[in-house]
Design a protein. Structure first.
Length: 359
């Protein structure tokens, strides 16, 4: 029987049509540019099916978490931290665009365009949907927006420090706190609700050498991928009694950029780029870890495409979709509690670069 919940809920894929990489891995303007876009995805009988697509600014720059979709699937937010240069091969140009999208009758519509800071990256919305935060990698800031009737209103800009590179930002389940990955300073920072906005706590938690993508479970367990070439790891952190606490650091495969907890929080999927963004002979991998208290135990691994980015779990957790930006595809894997089984790919018109689900 089809999962009724899945039939009513959407996932989304942000697709970058202007970026490629050179042999050094630097992001440059593609020779052939196609529109950036946002695609709706529905899981039918456990498999992903593409819905309608809306052309709007998106970007592969930063972690693959530059999209958010509401639990009721009625609206979404997308950021774009770059746009194309004037000519093929030029460096991409930093940008600050934030787009608000309404989803009505399985059709996405652009309803609002705003600006955050340069290098606009991850967007997160509080559980009560009254606040939205955007980490701005190049400007070293976090933009704070209030939310009313699914519209964003600029409230304040939090300065995280020069060269701090706020790559990821996520609300914690209590809705009163948020955590910010400061890639440039190798730290995790803490924000809290104060008056009509947010403040920055003095506490900083030191994290490896290149923390980047972040996800959090409903119980508040935080996972952060560290892209340190010499020691790629995942850090497990918990906020407890007002303090950020490092629980464990687990070695993983090189280039852990994609990272996502399963809907029930029992598993963590970690993708490895492993230079596949610049070396045509390379490919990415996806490893599934069982979450065991404060530790991770690898249970299955499978090859995916080049330059893996966002990861989606189906609502029941038995299907995983991995975005392959270079290949302009998404790999579909089935999980039978023992192994990951490749079951096909979804072709995309542009490089899928960020993913979010409403469950």
């Amino acid at each position: 029987m089809q999962d009724v919940h899945a039939a009513e809920q959407w996932a989304i894929s942000a697709n970058d049509g202007h970026t490629t990489t050179n042999t050094a891995g630097k992001m440059i303007t593609a020779r052939t540019i196609v529109p950036d876009s946002l695609s709706l995805i529905r899981f039918e009988h456990g498999l992903p099916a593409l819905g309608k697509t809306l052309d709007l600014p998106t970007s592969v720059e930063g972690p693959p978490t530059t999209v958010w979709i509401a639990p009721d699937s009625h609206w979404a937010i997308v950021t774009a931290g770059s746009h194309a240069g004037a000519h093929a091969g030029d460096s991409v140009i930093e940008d600050d665009v934030v787009s608000v999208v309404a989803i009505d009758h399985a059709t996405p519509h652009l309803v609002q365009t705003l600006h955050a800071g340069l290098g606009a990256s991850q967007v997160t919305v509080s559980p009560d949907q009254k606040w939205a935060l955007v980490g701005n990698r190049k400007s070293g800031t976090v933009s704070v927006f209030s939310v009313t009737h699914r519209q964003l209103h600029p409230v304040q800009t939090l300065n995280m420090g020069a060269d701090s590179n706020p790559a990821s930002v996520l609300f914690l389940p209590d809705g009163q706190h948020a955590v910010v990955v400061l890639r440039g300073r190798h730290q995790l920072a803490l924000l809290d609700r104060r008056g009509d906005g947010f403040g920055i706590r003095e506490q900083r938690l030191d994290l490896g050498h290149a923390p980047n993508t972040m996800d959090v479970t409903g119980s508040g367990l935080i996972a952060i991928g560290d892209q340190d070439p010499a020691h790629p790891t995942v850090h497990l952190v918990r906020f407890n009694e007002g303090t950020l606490n490092l629980l464990n650091t687990v070695p993983v495969a090189p280039g852990p950029e994609p990272l996502r907890f399963s809907p029930d929080g029992r598993y963590l999927a970690v993708g490895a780029v492993d230079n596949s963004n610049k070396d045509p002979s390379k490919h990415g991998t996806l490893t599934l870890y069982r979450v065991d208290g404060s530790s991770l135990a690898p249970v299955a691994s499978e090859n995916v495409g080049r330059w893996p980015q966002g990861i989606m779990f189906s609502p029941d957790g038995h299907t995983l979709v991995v975005q392959n930006t270079t290949d302009k595809t998404m790999t579909v894997l089935k999980w039978d509690s023992i192994r990951l089984h490749p079951v096909g790919t979804l072709p995309m018109t542009a490089g899928p670069a960020a993913a979010a689900t409403s469950w």
